[in-house]
Design a protein around this ligand. Structure first.
Ligand SMILES: NC(=O)C1=CN([C@@H]2O[C@H](COP(=O)(O)OP(=O)(O)OC[C@H]3O[C@@H](n4cnc5c(N)ncnc54)[C@H](O)[C@@H]3O)[C@@H](O)[C@H]2O)C=CC1
Ligand SMILES: NCC(=O)COP(=O)(O)O
Length: 327
C-alpha cells in the first residue's frame, strides 16, 4: 500500500489577525478528513485550545481529530487581536520559509498560508515583497507565477498583481499577458482537470477600448496576441469588456478569466464567493493555497470569522497534492 500523503503545512500568518482562530475552527470541522500541521507559536493559541506539539510533520497523522497539530515556532511578541506587534514580523516571515522548505523536502505535501498583514511585515521586518505570491516566487527560485482565485462559481487570474493602478498600463506587457495565459492554461489542465480550458481575457480599458475611443491597448497589441495564441489551439476569447464578462450567462462561456489588474479580477470573485474562494499560486515548484481573505483585524478574536475559505483552501491543497502524486 502507498504511504499516506504528507500533511499540509499551514502557516500561522499574522498573529493579530483571524488566522489562528480559523486554524482551530478548521481542525474542528475537518477532523480526520485531511491532515495538516499549524506552524506557529503555541503561546499565540487562545487559552483552552486543545493542541499537540509535533517534532515532525509526519506526526500530524496521529493527532486526535479535535486537537490542533502544532509545529512550534518561537515568536518574539505576544498575539493581541487587531494589534500587530512589530516584534512578530520576522517570525511570520520565517514560518513561511519553513513551510516552503518542508514542502520542497517532501515532509509537507503542500503549503497553505493564513493571511499576513503586508504593512506590518514591511514596518516590522522590512519585508520587501508586496505579498505571499511574490515572496513564494522568490523562494521557489524566481519562478514565473500566476495568482489565481478559484471557486466553483468563478476562477480569475490578475495578470498584474500588487501594484498601483497607475503602474498597470506599463506593467501589462504582451510578454506578461502571454506568460500568464500559458501558465493559466497549463494549470487548468493539470491542477483543475479541465481538458480543454476556455479562457476569457479582459481588456484593460472601459468597453475593451471601444475601437480605440477609450484607450488603445486592445487595438495596438491585445487583439493580435489573442489571435496568435488562438491560432496555436488555445481556446481564448477577448479582449472582453470587463464590466459585462462576469454575469451568470457570460461566466457559462469560460472556465477562467484572465484580467488586467488586481481589482478587475478580485472584485467579482470576492462578491460572488467570498466564503469559499481560494487563492492558489500557479507555476510554483510546490503547491500553495490560501483563503481569499485577509487578516480582518476588525473581527479578530471575536470568534465570528467564517472558516469556509480556509477549509476550501485546505481541501484544494489536499486534492492537488493527491493529483500531483498520481501524475
Ligand atoms: N493571503 C493574504 O495574506 C492576504 C492578506 N491580505 C491582507 O490583509 C490585510 C487586511 O486586508 P483587508 O483589505 O482589510 O481585507 P480582509 O479580507 O482582511 O477584510 C475585509 C472585510 O472582510 C471581513 N472578513 C475577512 N475575512 C473574513 C472571514 N473569514 N469571516 C468573516 N468576515 C471576514 C473583514 O472583517 C472585513 O470587514 C491587508 O494587510 C491585506 O494586504 C488580504 C488578502 C489576502
Ligand atoms: N488580494 C489578494 C492578496 O492580497 C493575497 O495576496 P498573497 O499574499 O497571496 O500574494
Amino acid at each position: 500500500m502507498a504511504a499516506p500523503l504528507a500533511p499540509i503545512a499551514l502557516t500561522c500568518g499574522e498573529p493579530a489577525g483571524i488566522g489562528t482562530e480559523l486554524a482551530i475552527r478548521a481542525r474542528a470541522l475537518l477532523g480526520a478528513e485531511l491532515p495538516f500541521a499549524w506552524i506557529g507559536d503555541p503561546r499565540h493559541l487562545p487559552p483552552g485550545t486543545r493542541w499537540q506539539a509535533l517534532d515532525s510533520m509526519a506526526e500530524a497523522h496521529d493527532v486526535p481529530p479535535h486537537t490542533l497539530p502544532v509545529l512550534p515556532h518561537e515568536f518574539l511578541g505576544d498575539a493581541v487581536a487587531g494589534q500587530p506587534d512589530p516584534r512578530n514580523a520576522a517570525g511570520v516571515i520565517s514560518v513561511i520559509e519553513r513551510a516552503v522548505r518542508l514542502a520542497e523536502s517532501g515532509a509537507a505535501s503542500a503549503v497553505c498560508t493564513l493571511p499576513i498583514h503586508k504593512k506590518a511585515l514591511k514596518d516590522g521586518a522590512g519585508f520587501a515583497y508586496p505579498g505571499h505570491t511574490e515572496f513564494l516566487a522568490a523562494l521557489g527560485g524566481d519562478a514565473d507565477v500566476v495568482m489565481c482565485l478559484a471557486s466553483d462559481t468563478l476562477k480569475v487570474v490578475p495578470a498584474t498583481i500588487h501594484i498601483a493602478l497607475s503602474e498597470v498600463p506599463q506593467a501589462l506587457t504582451p510578454e506578461l499577458l502571454e506568460t500568464t495565459i500559458r501558465i493559466t492554461h497549463a494549470a487548468m489542465i493539470r491542477d483543475f482537470g479541465i481538458a480543454s480550458p476556455r479562457i476569457a481575457v479582459a481588456g484593460l480599458n472601459p468597453h475593451a477600448g471601444e475601437g480605440g475611443a477609450m484607450g488603445r491597448e486592445e487595438l495596438s497589441w491585445m487583439n493580435a496576441l489573442i489571435a496568435r495564441l488562438r491560432a496555436e489551439g488555445l481556446e481564448l476569447k477577448g479582449p472582453l469588456p470587463a464590466d459585462t464578462m462576469f454575469h451568470a450567462r457570460a461566466r457559462a462561456g469560460y472556465d477562467v478569466a484572465v484580467c488586467a489588474y488586481h481589482d478587475q479580477a478580485l472584485i467579482p470573485i470576492k462578491t460572488l464567493a467570498f466564503d469559499e474562494g481560494v487563492n492558489v499560486t500557479l507555476g510554483l515548484p510546490f503547491i500553495r493555497t490560501s483563503p481569499d481573505h485577509g487578516t480582518a483585524f476588525d473581527i479578530a478574536g471575536k470568534g465570528i470569522a467564517e472558516p469556509g475559505s480556509l477549509i476550501a483552501a485546505l481541501r484544494m491543497a489536499w486534492k492537488m497534492a493527491g493529483a500531483a502524486r498520481r501524475g
